[in-house]
Design a protein around this ligand. Structure first.
Ligand code: FDA
Length: 401
């Protein structure tokens, strides 16, 4: 069997690349070992897929080669993808500023991509495992569970390692190494934290409680996180295993084992000043009442239990106010770890982009082999950036393959 282009992986990047190359006149075959295409699209964004972020820019990505993503992101922007889905009448909503989600179901978005693939004449073969890929003259040869396939070019779009039960494999990294590329260290990112015994039990008691926080990670006394404030200001969720929610998923991309988290439970509130004012104005109120006006009631109650004190505000000395300022404004704790590949949304690290062209995603010196999407060492923050990377890298490669 022969094709101009074989795309390995029928995920977001692979389908986008395939339909683009198909429209450009190439005979395209997409192979995937899974029984369905786009499984991660279907499970993303709570089943409604946060398919792009209107504010996407290079600063939303982590990579050991940070400039690599600039070219593709500039050429294929969020508005281009929005135009595509609008042509299909897909309804979407902006849930948070810039974050676009399907209004009904991620299935609608996958349908858009599959329809486009069909119109572009792309052939899709599922339940097909790729066993080997070898160079053959100017082209490539693939040994698959359905026999040998000759291809003018092969695009590796096999994604990262997260959620192995959804078909994730390290196959893309193996192929990269086989052809002399480096693979940077991979680790789970956008992943919840697990806690050790005392804090684990406390978090479990509060499972389901959420509040807005500002969170940083602390390493060797240094605060790490995005922007000037070095923190993410997003919701946190207590779980049976530890801490989750957007704020925790975001900071996990900065966190390394051994780091502490610093969590401001009342971001934007100057706790010392606010407590001193409340002591003056409402001295007979309990501290827990003051807390419950600013935090979920269960968390407010838990805090006074953890620190075994629920004084009236009049009883708060300046030293006690200072202690509460630290507890509320800079709660420090060391996670035991993360939930790992089982629940991580993405893989940080991957195929080192220093061996790849940022224009067409080909391997230096081997233009018939290309890598796109999450398999590369380019990882977005939470908020639709990872899909925008899949679309942008898929299009840049598909136009030129
Ligand atoms: P992707 O993983 O989508 O596709 C890879 C494909 O390759 C799969 O179909 C797999 O079966 C196939 N494959 C792997 N090995 C193979 C082999 N050896 N042979 C053949 N086929 C093989 N991002 C975002 O921007 N917004 C969001 O809302 C979310 N939400 C979200 C939720 C959850 C639970 C997860 C796990 C992830 C997200 N993400 C996200 C991240 C996003 O899903 C991810 O970055 C993209 O799907 C990556 O697209 P790729 O096409 O690169 O890989």
């Amino acid at each position: 069997m022969k094709a101009d282009v074989v795309v390995v992986g029928a995920g977001a990047a692979g389908l986008m690349c395939a339909l683009t190359a198909g429209y450009a006149g190439q005979r395209v075959l997409v192979l995937d070992h899974a029984n369905k295409p786009g499984k991660k699209i279907l499970m993303s964004g709570g089943g409604r897929c946060n398919f792009t972020n209107l504010a996407t820019g290079p600063s939303n990505f982590f990579s050991s080669n940070p400039r690599f993503c600039i070219s593709a992101l500039k050429r294929y922007r969020p508005e281009h993808f929005v135009e595509l889905v609008e042509r299909h009448g897909l309804e979407y909503v902006e849930k948070a500023p810039g974050q676009l989600f399907c209004a009904h179901s991620a299935k609608d978005l996958l349908e858009v991509l599959l329809t486009e693939c069909e119109w572009a004449g792309v052939e899709l073969r599922l339940k097909t495992a790729v066993e080997r890929i070898e160079r053959q003259g100017e082209g490539m040869q693939l040994a698959t569970s359905c026999g040998l396939i000759e291809a003018g070019a092969v695009v590796i779009a096999t994604g990262g390692l997260s959620i192995p039960t959804m078909g994730a494999t390290g196959f893309g990294y193996e192929i990269a190494r086989q052809f002399g590329l480096t693979v940077t260290e991979t680790r789970p990112a956008l992943v919840p934290f697990t806690l050790t015994s005392q804090w684990k039990a406390r978090a479990a008691d509060l499972a389901g409680v959420a509040c807005d926080v500002a969170v940083s990670t602390i390493r060797d006394g240094q605060r790490l996180g995005p922007g000037r404030d070095r923190c993410y200001r997003e919701p946190m969720l207590f779980t049976h295993r530890g801490l989750s929610g957007p704020g925790m998923l975001q900071i996990s991309s900065y966190w390394l084992p051994g780091d502490e988290l610093e969590i401001d439970l009342l971001p934007g509130v100057s706790v010392g000043e606010a407590l001193a004012a409340a002591r003056r104005d409402t001295p007979r109120r309990q501290l827990s009442t003051w807390l419950a006006e600013r935090l979920p009631r269960r968390l407010a109650q838990a805090l006074v239990e953890w620190y075994v004190e629920d004084p009236t505000l009049a009883e708060l000395s300046n030293a006690r106010i200072e202690a509460w300022r630290e507890r509320l404004g800079g709660w420090r704790l060391k996670p035991a770890g993360t939930e790992g590949w089982r629940t991580a949304e993405v893989t940080q690290g991957g195929v080192d982009t220093r061996g790849i062209s940022s224009r067409d995603f080909s391997v230096e010196g081997l233009p018939q082999l290309r890598f796109i999407g999450e398999v590369l060492d380019v990882t977005g923050e939470l908020g639709g950036y990872n899909f925008q990377w899949a679309w942008a890298s898929g299009v840049a490669c598909g136009l030129s393959v």
